[in-house]
Design a protein around this ligand. Structure first.
Ligand SMILES: [Zn+2]
Length: 283
């Protein structure tokens, strides 16, 4: 961006939406947004229609702005379906790729929540989100991830990543499977003993490369079901292995106490004194 480039808030929203007004009240920013579409596709017969029926309002939460919660009050259109053979006479336009039907959060906000959750835990994510200006409970995050993984039923990537994952740290753990290319979660399994993973792999035998943690339960199951699949230790766990190894070797090789000899101390004192004398003479 050069110094001459400017932007307004609208550039962060789909072209089909105009910001009509905005307000800020303490920690809450509200934006009124109106759809400017002239046609929409019927979800049943997939035919285009440009016959307006009415408008409707939806409130959805969006990405926060500088730690303030953002609520979008969206006015969108209902259209008549012009296809006389279609059973759907009137339909509401979908805000494609922005906020799906019946969703109370924008897709980009859901993506952010999922990204934080898979790198922490549901409860941890909920606390982080709260500080950022996003309302979402740990239970709602679990439902969100489950729904997201169901959407990926047609998944067919040959590269996956597997790791254990905390519903609640120290209490309940599951297994998360991510697409190795997109890094997005594709399924969430109960437990981390490998039993559910075994069933999953039996239904997805096209997988060829699996990055995983050091858990032997996963390694055993993968070898059983997909003996030809390549198993790769993921970067995080390689770092962890290396650090543990360094720590162990220090504990093994170095004594518990290391005494600093008097001679060494005296010699250091002499050096400091000599340096001070030299500095004074220069001054
Ligand atoms: Zn239709």
């Amino acid at each position: 961006m050069t110094t001459n480039d400017t932007f307004n808030l609208e550039c962060f929203y789909p072209n089909a939406m105009n910001i009509i007004s905005s307000s800020i009240n303490g920690g809450l920013i509200q934006l009124s947004i109106k759809s400017n579409t002239h046609e929409a596709i019927c979800p049943v017969c997939k035919k285009k229609s440009s016959s307006y029926h009415s408008t409707y309002h939806r409130k959805v939460q969006d990405l926060p702005i500088l730690g303030k919660k953002v609520i979008l009050d969206i006015t969108a259109y209902r259209y008549y379906c012009d296809n006389i053979e279609c059973k759907q006479k009137v339909f509401a336009e979908e805000l494609e790729g922005f906020a799906g039907w019946y969703r109370r959060k924008t897709e980009r906000l859901e993506d952010m929540i999922i990204t934080i959750a898979v790198n922490t835990s549901c409860e941890g994510c909920s606390r982080i989100c709260s500080h950022m200006g996003v309302d979402v409970s740990g239970d709602a995050i679990i439902r969100l991830i489950k729904r997201y993984s169901k959407k990926k039923e047609s998944f067919a990537s040959e590269i996956i990543g597997i790791d254990d994952w905390a519903y609640k740290k120290g209490h309940t753990y599951g297994t998360i499977i991510c697409d190795g290319k997109t890094h997005k979660p594709i399924d969430l399994l109960d437990g981390r003993d490998g039993q559910e993973l075994k069933k999953w792999l039996l239904n997805n035998k096209y997988v060829k490369i699996i990055t995983r943690d050091r858990a032997s339960a996963y390694a055993k199951v993968i070898s059983e079901v997909l003996p030809d699949a390549m198993q790769i230790a993921d970067r995080f766990h390689l770092h962890q292995n290396l650090l543990n190894e360094i720590k162990d070797s220090f504990s093994r090789e170095l004594p518990n106490k290391i005494e600093i000899s008097e001679a060494a101390t005296d010699s250091q004192v002499e050096k400091v004194k000599a340096a001070e004398v030299k500095k004074k003479s220069v001054d």
